[in-house]
Design a protein around this ligand. Sequence first.
Ligand code: FES
Length: 87
Amino acid sequence: MVDRCICYSKSFSELKSLAQLHGARDVAALQAVVEFGFRCGLCKPYVKRMIENGQTAFPVMQCATHPFEDAGLFADITDDAPSDGAR
Ligand code: FES
């Protein structure tokens, strides 16, 4: 399960409390009151869902659901994979 921004050691429970306290309704608004999500950014889709539905622990998202996938940032990894699965 994913329950925190690892890079900034901030749990989603802590971020949820701060979002409620400050009325932050999106990731950017929450980042204005607490520092998280500025390094790898992998926590941001989870925080977005946390703000939307209050959940604070999530199964790991698949690559296709992560915004980096849309930006093509996984292309180098997937394009170089040998077709027979060997490395
Ligand atoms: S896990 Fe949040 S910035 Fe890396």
